[in-house]
Design a protein around this ligand. Sequence first.
Ligand code: GDP
Length: 449
Amino acid sequence: MLDNLTQRLAKVVKTMRGEARLTEANTAEMLREVRLALLEADVALPAVREFVARVKEKALGEEVVGSLTPGQALVGVVHDELAAIMGADLGPEATQLNFATQPPAVILMAGLQGAGKTTTVGKLAKYLREQKKKKVLTVSTDVYRPAAIGQLQTVSAQVGADFFPSQPDQKPVDIALAALDHARRQFADVLIIDTAGRLGIDEAMMQEISALHKAAKPIETLFVVDAMLGQDAINTARAFNEALPLTGIVLTKLDGDARGGAALSVRHITGKPIKFAGVAEKLDGLEAFDPQRMANRILGMGDIVALVEEARKGVDIEAAQDLAQKIKGGGKFDLNDFKAQLSQMKKMGGLSNMMDKLPAQFQQAANGANMDQAEKQVRRMEGIINSMTPAERSKPELIKASRKRRIATGAGVPVQEVNRMLAQFEQMQSMMKKLKGGGMMKMMRSMKG
Ligand code: GDP
């Protein structure tokens, strides 16, 4: 759903390579991309506005540390704010079910047909029985589709929950009250009421579920919504939120292609915490909702945070500063320094390792550079330098034809490769001459960005 966000962010990371820090100007460009991507992904406009404002505030206060590029730092901010807006700022209790009531604790399920209500009742019953040791009773008030009642019966049997039978000729409220009475007499801890959905928002459905809510007085009213819905998720959430005092949201079908953009809108529109995520058709496919994980998913960049961490610790800032100092003081950049730089690059986890941590779109954005190849080359260059004598390393101008042949043989590479490496070194050397102080860090960043 939010594929474009990833692509747009990748673009920003790339174009911001040369920038040394986050400024009002370069942040504005990035925020524009974020805003467009979210709108394209059908995230509700007010949610987009709030989100962009939060990111802006954080980004301008963010210090760009060590080897992070401003682009990467911004991605970090976007990630953290996504997590916050999806509930990380509510604290872990927000996602817990509330049982603070005289048993049975009634859970009312609301949502459109096909959202995954019945399946979620089964999953919840299993979770409550196994994890919380609760005695669970289920009931269906979907008198319009007899098959729905049968489906709940089957699901309940599969998870070992008691099932209260109902008939298509009964009234939904009567069924709920009879089930509640039965639950009390059987000393059930929890009664889960499944309800009828429609294919779209429908006045009669809303009235019916409001009546059920009044009669059964649930302590939890969960809105079940399919993560694959786009703009429709917003309208549906708004309608249910207006009709019912929702206490939480269940986002289903997150195992599909959905990237979770609905989570953002639904959370914003209802202001209610997302409590669970459906991640499989199977009855154990229910997870406590995790805003951090969802932020990763929306950004489509599994380990961006890990990458950011690694970048923070990866570069030996002191070594880089020493070198900068040396060059500034008129010192010469020799092959020893060059080798130290190569090993810095390896410390950062290796080029391909770093690239692996980025999502596919980022890798494409790197212009299809063959990272494996690049890494192999770095290793070969190191091999060549290792075959040199200390004198050759500190005075590369000593290296003439016969020495080149000896070095090539020692490193097991053709002489041309020694030449190529020396040419690259000279290029680096002349760059180093131009750099003063802070330019060093800038260059190391641009090598990574
Ligand atoms: P209801 O009409 O709201 O009761 O929806 P159902 O529970 O009957 O679910 C509709 C369809 O979605 C069924 O085929 C379910 O198996 C499927 N479904 C529900 N939740 C999930 C989920 O988290 N992941 C996947 N892959 N399928 C789900």
